[in-house]
Ligand binder design. Structure first.
Ligand code: NDP
Length: 333
């Protein structure tokens, strides 16, 4: 079986050279463990942070050790009373074709309730991030204007649709014309802006938001956010979800000072980590599942095939190659 380790720590933009492919024996499960064949492996922007040796809310990856993240797979051998061969499970596992896992760190997923891949996207970590960030911090109200950056990604696309459910007008910012039309035509956004081809994002946003901005769900930070701040209305809320534009910069990103806008408009900016809401994950997943069933929510995935495509798919997150949730399918269901 194959596995991928961190070859060295990147400075700036990572590349293939930071990953190493290895071949090892398929492990055998011990008592209380199962052997899982990976089917879908998730790559996520937060993993860029884990490639650095800095203190953060998740442990850094270790050089020479297998990289880990969200995986959906199938139990192929069981030494556990709780799981049987053939069960589909999700867990935080290695970038490996086969993993052993203690029964306490995995849970079953039901292929009949939702496609397996959805448990890593709309019904999993990104969907829950959108749900809690938007409902708990953003709190959009009927008729308010909500702007989402990174809008055509796994989190952004769901966050915008949740704001629509609450009756808001929703404007997305994304990096291609295809993403812009997807947001407007499939995801029900009222307006969308291609930040790569729009010469003046601030003016484009001002035109799209004649009543100002009440909620800014920020996935990207940087210059895009600089263009949004002057449009914030009194008592606007900013769920600070991500800042992907700075992840590969190395050191602190520097921009214009925004405090005056924040004071004048009495803005509330709150950073959050989805795991802050761990005790409410069931509630979030249930609500997202209901909206899916009711047709109020649609989602997109970019699924690359083949274990060897994992690093490419990860790197593609930083050039916008994915639309919706980026996954790699490494085995048949
Ligand atoms: P996405 O599916 O949105 O993938 C990343 C996208 O970011 C790309 O497709 C690209 O789209 C955009 N992007 C990449 N580089 C830049 C850049 N320099 N400037 C602007 N946009 C860029 O990923 P996720 O939905 O999984 O995550 C979105 C954000 O949310 C990330 O910042 C992530 O770190 C954060 N996050 C935070 C969590 C939390 O608990 N706080 C949990 C999960 C995610 P485009 O073509 O539009 O440029």
């Amino acid at each position: 079986q194959h596995q991928i380790t961190l070859a060295k720590r990147p400075e700036g933009l990572p590349g293939q050279e930071h990953f190493s492919f290895e071949k090892t024996d398929v492990p055998s499960p011990q008592k209380g463990e199962v052997l899982i064949q990976s089917i879908y492996i998730s790559v996520d922007p937060y993993m860029r942070g884990r490639m650095e040796d800095t203190k953060s809310y998740v442990e850094p990856f270790q050089v020479g050790r297998v990289i880990d993240g969200g995986v959906v797979g199938k139990v192929v051998e069981s030494e556990s009373d709780k799981f049987s061969k053939g069960d589909y499970v999700i867990g935080h596992l290695g970038w490996k074709e086969y993993s052993t896992a203690r029964e306490s760190i995995i849970r079953k997923v039901d292929k009949n309730l939702a496609p397996l891949s959805a448990y890593l996207g709309v019904l999993g970590m990104p969907g829950l991030t959108a749900y809690f960030g938007m409902t708990d911090i953003g709190q959009p109200e009927d008729g308010e204007t909500v702007v989402i950056s990174g809008a055509a990604g796994a989190v952004g696309m769901i966050a915008g649709q949740i704001a629509k459910v609450h009756g808001a007008k929703v404007i997305g910012i994304a990096g291609s014309d295809e993403k812009v039309s997807l947001l407007k035509e499939d995801a029900g956004f009222d307006e969308a802006i291609n930040y790569k081809t729009t010469s003046d994002i601030h003016t484009a946003l001002r035109e799209a938001c004649p009543n100002g901005v009440d909620v800014y769900f920020d996935n990207v930070g940087g210059e895009i956010s600089d263009a949004v701040y002057p449009l914030l209305n009194d008592f606007a809320r900013i769920p600070q979800c991500g800042a992907i534009s700075s992840y590969n910069k190395g050191g602190d990103d520097v921009g214009p000072r925004i405090q005056t806008y924040m004071i004048k408009a009495r803005v509330r900016l709150q950073g959050f980590i989805v795991s802050d809401y761990a005790d409410r994950f069931d509630e979030g997943a249930k609500q997202l599942g209901m909206w899916l069933q009711e047709g109020k929510l649609t989602y997109k995935e970019t699924i690359n095939e083949g274990f060897d495509k994992i690093p490419d798919a990860f790197l593609g997150l930083f050039s916008g190659e994915n639309t919706g949730k980026q996954l790699i399918k490494v085995a048949e269901e």
